[in-house]
Ligand binder design. Structure first.
Ligand SMILES: O=C(CO)[C@@H](O)[C@H](O)COP(=O)(O)O
Ligand SMILES: [Fe+2]
Length: 228
């Protein structure tokens, strides 16, 4: 069973984004954190930069929208070239309609949960999604410590996905590193976002390969591992 590693460019040099994408060649996706200074207390980048970045790299873009009114903006990120668009359920007015619109425009639809947001109320939405993102830090900044207390939520979400017989991916984001990735994989995650743990190293591409091998040693033996 493949594990996917998505380096977060939040920890990259924003003046050299094309080079920083090249520095993680071999990564499954490039994780692009879009923040609007309203949904989270930080401001990063928007549609024009995603458009340029999608032209500058062959690695598909996994856009994580930490913004208000994703119902209005998410479709524009698909048009800008994102292969996967994640909106926060706490911000979406109509998550089912939005997921369907993202898929209809040709991208993978994904929904994120902040640490205090439970999965259970959204069980019936799972078939509408290609991926669920469980935040393992409070969204807004890179380099924060992994929240261990999210592991039971990852486990419960994996159980729900299996119970519904879905092939969707389960992503974790925040504080993922060589120290924490195995715990996430054991709990049932199969897509791993890593910012500082990748870009903070001498050879980011080698770190991506090492993290993937580490996670795959766990996911290979998992009962839920049925392929991507
Ligand atoms: O969405 C976010 C933060 O809100 C993440 O994608 C971070 O960018 C991950 O950075 P690290 O915790 O891996 O340094
Ligand atoms: Fe993110």
């Amino acid at each position: 069973m493949a594990a996917q590693i998505n380096p977060s460019i939040l920890s990259a040099d924003f003046a050299r984004l094309a080079d920083e994408a090249e520095a993680v060649k071999g990564a499954d996706w490039l994780h692009v954190d879009v923040m609007d200074n309203h949904f989270v207390p930080n401001l990063t980048l928007g549609v024009p930069i995603v458009e340029s970045l999608s032209r500058a790299t062959d690695t598909p873009l996994d856009c994580h929208l930490m913004i208000e009114d994703p119902d209005r903006w998410a479709p524009q990120y698909v048009e800008a070239g994102a292969g996967s668009v994640t909106f926060h359920v706490e911000a979406a007015a109509a998550p089912v309609r939005l997921a369907r619109e993202i898929r209809a425009k040709g991208a993978r639809a994904s929904m994120a949960l902040k640490p205090a947001t439970p999965i259970e109320p959204y069980e019936d939405l799972l078939p509408e999604l290609d991926m669920l993102l469980i935040m393992t830090v409070e969204p807004g900044f890179g380099g924060q410590a992994f929240l261990d207390i999210m592991l039971p939520k990852i486990r419960r979400t994996r159980e729900l996905i299996s119970r519904h017989g879905l092939q969707m991916w389960l992503q974790v984001d925040g504080g993922v590193s060589a120290e924490t990735i195995e715990r996430c994989a054991e709990a049932g995650a199969d897509v791993f976002v890593a910012g500082s743990a990748v870009y903070g190293t001498e050879d980011p591409a080698a770190t991506v390969r090492a993290l993937r091998a580490q996670a795959e040693r766990v996911t290979a033996g998992a009962a839920w591992a049925c392929g991507h």
